[in-house]
Design a protein around this ligand. Structure first.
Ligand code: IMP
Length: 431
């Protein structure tokens, strides 16, 4: 039995879905601990594909319980749609799904305000959010006027809580020339959703304590990535939740000593979607080649992702703030066909060269410049690789360089989208 946290070590979209899918086969319970419908991963059901934003992919395995933890913000309408999509495909997700009664609800005014802010700001200062209401919902949580999922079981109390929240947002809505919504209308829209979700509400912290006490394995699945974490990310160009491993503790309601292993996921290069600093970005043909070969378009918004070389100081930083035990390197196959591969190994700052990630300097022009080493590339496609010894020598050297420079062992390697296109060096559930 093990409790493993999986966390994105970059700016999200590291290919977590595939690694989580691999790890899920070893887990009895899969928990999402932060974020909301701003995440997204594609599930393949028979010949059919669907994108889920809230429900962990573990739902496809017949005996895995899936938990939406208290660190999340949940849009009830999105969640019920996901449940119905899965039911339409012959699955029965509902009995294995548990929603923390302490998770906060995203309500229509959160989505409206997120969208209004994003669309009314000049592009230069907009965050580039997913417009799913994430920021305003966490703002309400911090302002202590949030609406928790548990209130779905008592709609008259929920209505009072919504009234308070609307009172808080009314000046903002008026400033945007918007109609201030009426709490009763919001409650009416929630009624049929509440009928579906109330039976799934639970004290999920207790559920996890029982699972761990009885020897079950738990997978805590982070959404977004370390550099989008509200505390550890490239603030203010971050999401509003604790996406890094620390968030797993409060967002799932477990103690820090319950965690056995923390696995960080990194692409073999870097991507970012939305605004904010990205020092190793390649705004040229090489970046375009990475985007095309890696199909780098957002799964929630469809936006093209920004692309660049791997940033080892940023990975060292992720290793430190998450306490990474191991790395999973994804999309190594996408680097095939580059004669030379750039690797950012350090930064030049006004105080000299540093191997640390100068996170407070990278958005200030000229204050932190990436220093690259150039490694040899390879031409061979990697889809058939099943062990490190199958890799071309240059690809092996590339991985060894990353491992040595970051100081964290590579546990898993992904060389394609299929489940079989994975090299297991160490299984994080069998340490
Ligand atoms: P929000 O989470 O919608 O508030 O967006 C804040 C920032 O996080 C924006 O730059 C988004 O593009 C980014 N973001 C949010 N969710 C994800 C994700 O799942 N993958 C990558 N970026 C994300």
């Amino acid at each position: 039995m093990s409790t493993v946290v999986i966390v994105g070590a970059q700016w999200g979209d590291e290919g977590k879905g595939k690694i989580v899918d691999f790890c899920t086969q070893h887990a009895d319970v899969v928990v999402r601990y932060a974020g909301g419908p701003n995440a997204g991963h594609t599930l393949v059901v028979g010949d059919d594909k669907l994108i889920v934003r809230l429900i962990p992919s573990g739902i496809l395995r017949p005996n895995t319980r899936c938990v939406l933890g208290q660190g999340m913000v949940i849009d009830a309408e999105v969640l019920v749609k996901e449940i119905e999509e899965l039911e339409r495909r012959g699955l029965d997700p509902i009995k294995r799904l548990f929603v923390s009664d302490r998770a906060h609800l995203i309500l229509p005014y959160h989505v409206a305000i997120d969208t209004l802010r994003e669309t009314s700001q000049p592009a230069a200062v907009a965050i580039g959010t997913t417009k799913k209401g994430i920021g305003p919902a966490y703002e309400d949580k911090a302002a202590r006027r949030g609406v928790r999922a548990g209130l779905l079981a008592d709609l008259s109390r929920l209505e009072k809580a919504v009234e308070q929240a609307i009172f808080g947002w009314a000046p903002t809505l008026r400033a945007f020339d918007q109609r201030v919504p009426i709490a009763a209308e919001i409650v009416d829209a929630l009624r049929p959703l509440a009928d579906r979700l109330v039976p799934r509400l639970a004290d999920t912290s207790l559920l996890l304590a029982d699972a761990m006490r009885t020897g079950q394995s738990v997978l805590l699945e982070g959404a977004q990535g370390t550099l989008l974490d509200i505390d550890h990310g490239t603030y203010p160009y971050v999401t509003s939740s604790s996406a890094a491993a620390g968030g797993a503790v409060s967002g799932a309601g477990i103690g820090p000593r319950c965690i056995d292993t923390v696995l960080g996921i990194t692409k073999a290069y870097t991507t970012r979607v939305g605004a904010g600093p990205f020092p190793t970005e390649l705004a040229d043909d090489t970046g375009k080649k990475l985007r095309e070969a890696g199909a780098e378009f957002g799964s929630v918004t469809g936006r093209p992702r920004r692309t660049g070389w791997i940033d080892l100081p940023a990975l060292r930083y992720a290793a430190r703030v998450n306490g990474l035990d191991g790395l999973a390197v994804t999309k190594l196959d996408v680097l095939t066909g580059h004669e030379k591969i750039g690797v950012c190994v350090a930064y030049e700052t006004k105080d000299g060269r540093t191997r640390d990630f100068p996170i407070d300097l990278i958005d200030r022009p000229g204050l932190a410049t990436p220093i690259y080493e150039t490694l040899d590339g390879w031409r061979e496609p990697l889809g058939a690789v099943r062990s490190l010894s199958d890799l071309p020598a240059a690809a092996r050297a590339y991985l060894a360089f990353v491992e040595r420079e970051v100081g964290v062992q590579i546990y898993l390697l992904s060389v394609g989208a299929r489940r079989s296109e994975t090299v297991v060096i160490r299984n994080p559930f069998e340490l």
